[in-house]
Design a protein around this ligand. Structure first.
Ligand code: PHB
Length: 392
């Protein structure tokens, strides 16, 4: 089999890349290790930057998002017994964010690919990526006990943090940068009307907590726990009580339909391309979830990468492909910085000295009392600009 762009991974990044290429007449095939139902059921992030919303709309994927998504004009911070709003709209020129689950975006994309007639090979294990330095790389994969080869012009590695693509980058040029935090998130999805119309980030001496939502009847809530904690240590009752204490706003309680622990990590692998292999999304970098940036960062990578492929196939220029890694990484590091900032600002780190605790309070005090600080926060939260967007 042969295609122009072979895409590894059917998450939001790989699925969106394939769709944008389709719109510009460029062929692609997606290879995915799991089943479609597994991809569609993964519960992940839910806050979309304005730029992410704009790209989805421009790609013709905005209809259900605009019907069912919940636009947010700002966020709230719970701190010292009070609720402190930060208006994104006011401080970032009318821009907003949107609550719409990654799960829903993946479902919308799979549906779109049925219309596009995209070849999506699921349940396929990539065993090797060959010849990324030549003009015709090959992907070897195994499906139902048989080995196959996919020949292509380019490989897009969109297979997440644990995928094979990053491992195919030559070790001689690869540099990994890693930061692990001393806490995790215990997250729940509950059949309960969200108490607040916008996301509440709570800083509390007992630890961070977050109230978010997926719809008007489904709440998404998190609390900071130790890295060695386990969901079985938390009864539903204890969880709701802890959320009420930390957020300082009594939550509507309802049936908990999903419970899980998310570790917190910041990670960047440089460069994001070598020869004809290009990494996008979690394959190249991950952020702790505090600033809601993981999915948005993946979509921003895809904007740059799809624009570069369009430039190659439609304008016969390799310049954007050559510049993809450095251009993507400049934005990635700024988003890493913001995610790290939100994480350290809002969590309780038991290793901290009294001096560091005072600094953390000063950081919060500054954010909540300075127009300049709120403007900077709003600009980052609604999303930094992406230098080049695909012409759709
Ligand atoms: C979520 O809704 O899952 C969510 C919201 C905000 C975050 C992280 C996750 O910062």
């Amino acid at each position: 089999m042969r295609t122009q762009v072979a895409i590894i991974g059917a998450g939001p990044a790989g699925l969106l890349l394939s769709h944008i290429l389709y719109l510009r007449g460029i062929s692609s095939v997606i290879i995915e290790a799991r089943s479609q139902s597994y991809c569609e059921a993964r519960i992940r992030a839910g806050i979309l930057e304005q730029g992410t919303v704009d790209i989805l709309r421009a790609a013709g994927l905005g209809a259900r998002m605009d019907r069912e998504g919940l636009p947010h004009h700002g966020i709230d911070i719970a701190f010292d017994g009070g609720i402190h709003p930060i208006s994104i709209e006011k401080y970032d020129g009318g821009r907003q964010v949107m609550a719409y689950g990654q799960t829903e975006i993946v479902k919308d994309l799979f549906r779109q690919h049925v219309d596009n007639g995209t070849v999506i090979i699921t349940d396929a294990e990539v065993t090797a990526i060959h010849d990324i330095d030549g003009i015709s790389p090959q992907i070897l994969y195994r499906r139902e006990g048989k080995d196959h080869t996919l020949n292509c012009d380019f490989v897009a590695g969109c297979d997440g943090f644990r995928g094979v693509s990053r491992k195919a980058m030559p070790t001689s040029i690869r540099n990994d940068f890693d930061l692990i935090y001393p806490y995790s998130w215990l997250g729940i999805l509950a059949k309960a009307t969200p108490m607040n119309k916008v996301v509440i980030y709570a800083q509390h001496p007992r630890g961070f907590a977050l109230q978010s939502m997926r719809s008007n009847d489904i709440s998404r809530l998190y609390i900071q726990v130790d890295n060695d904690d386990h969901v079985d240590n938390w009864s539903d009752e204890a969880l709701w009580d802890e959320l009420d204490v930390r957020i300082g706003v009594k939550q509507n309680r309802g049936e908990i339909i999903q419970k899980g622990i998310t570790p917190m990590r910041s990670f960047v692998s440089e460069p994001m391309s070598s020869g004809r292999l290009f990494l996008a999304g979690d394959a190249g970098h991950i952020v702790p979830p505090t600033g809601a940036k993981g999915l948005n960062l993946a979509i921003a990578d895809i904007a740059l990468l799809s624009a570069a492929f369009i430039d190659f196939y439609c304008a016969e220029s390799e310049v954007q492909l050559q510049e993809y890694s450095s251009r993507a990484l400049r934005r990635v590091w700024k988003v890493e910085r913001f995610s790290w900032f939100c994480t350290t600002l809002l969590h309780t780190d038991h290793r901290h000295s009294e001096f560091e605790k005072k600094l953390q309070r000063a950081d919060m005090d500054y954010l909540l009392s300075s127009d300049a600080a709120m403007k900077s926060f709003a600009e980052n939260y609604a999303g930094l600009p992406v230098e080049i967007l695909p012409d759709l």
